[in-house]
Design a protein around this ligand. Sequence first.
Ligand code: UD1
Ligand code: UDP
Length: 372
Amino acid sequence: MLIVTIVGARPQFIKAAVVSRAIGEHNVGGGPPINEVIVHTGQHYDGNMFQVFFEELHIPTPAYNLGIDSCSHGLMTGRMLESSEAVLQEQKPDWVLVYGDTNSTLAGTLAAKKLHLRLAHVEAGLRSFNMRMPEEQNRLVADRLSDVLFCPTKTAVTNLKKEGIGNSPYGETVLNVGDVMYDAILFYSDIAEQKSSILDRLEIQPGEYVLSTIHRAENTDVLARLENIILALREIAEETKVILPLHPRTRKILSDWKPSMLGIKVIDPVSYLDMILLEKKCQAIITDSGGIQKEAYFFQKPCITLRNETEWVELVNAGVNYLVGADKNSIVETFNSLRSGTLDFSQDFYGNGTAGEKIVEVLVNHQGIRRK
Ligand code: UD1
Ligand code: UDP
């Protein structure tokens, strides 16, 4: 059986690492062998946004690097579609596997379905209900066109059901397998403790800092929002260390604009093991990242989310994730209010750490299925 995995952006490398490992375990276990061919679209290309994840997480080297990066969404998606189609025509896989909601997901989805190949979407069913988000547009297409939709949560299954996906005339299959990012944390958390020296390198102690990331287009591309977020982080940094591993998108904007970052420790993007150690040892997380909101929960840290909506609504309902948008006062006041009270992190919203295994099992057993 041949699977072509199409990835392109940082969080997709982490998710794909889980399934690649499960494929490796399946092959050692003696089932019908699976051959995985990884295609990297090139969307993320800096060493610390791409190579470091393949090396650290032992992901098989991509057989193809399409080298498509840094252009407008339409152009990027179009070029990725053209190049992925050529790869898929050459490889003729049994399955095409796409992850999440990036432009690489969209291109892989279209390339697969135009060739009538079977498509599986990992992290299906998430919705922000904000159609202006490029990620929402990408998810809607990937979910509508996929043959098998691997959902990470019950909410995701419900979202799809409301759109008629899972019970439509096209005969797709919707499954809640849990979240591959939870599998990743369970596997790498102790390894990060052993291998990462990030706290020493930054000369920080556990519990004495807040971790922040900013990269979402709605924040970086609206200067007033970005300015408010930075002012809030500066105010918080007057009392507590603030560590900000900066996404290249945000770094580019800040290097043109050059606002004062006084008090904030701005660092380059870090590796996955360094990142999860930073998450594990921090006081709290302030982010607009999708994946990091869940990692905050896995490590039982309160999360202040710099967005007006989130796909991970169960965390907001559980009272551990605070949606504050980009309002400076809300960010600072929410941070100050975090110090009191205890939070409940006991619910297993994201499965039991076997999402990767389940995905592989389903792909093997669904080999014969043809969508109508
Ligand atoms: C993309 C995804 C977003 C995801 C994020 C994860 C889309 C529409 N967006 O956003 O859903 O949350 O990845 O990090 O697919 N850049 C570099 N070096 C790199 C990568 C990017 O310099 O290695 C810079 C380039 O200037 C590029 C900009 O960052 O134009 C934005 O990159 P892009 O991949 O378009 O979007 P992200 O903001 O990374
Ligand atoms: N991450 C990382 N290094 C960093 C920032 C993030 O390894 O400097 C990891 C993080 O732990 C999470 C994933 O990247 O697993 C989230 O990716 P990102 O925030 O870029 O995208 P999103 O999840 O918002 O799509």
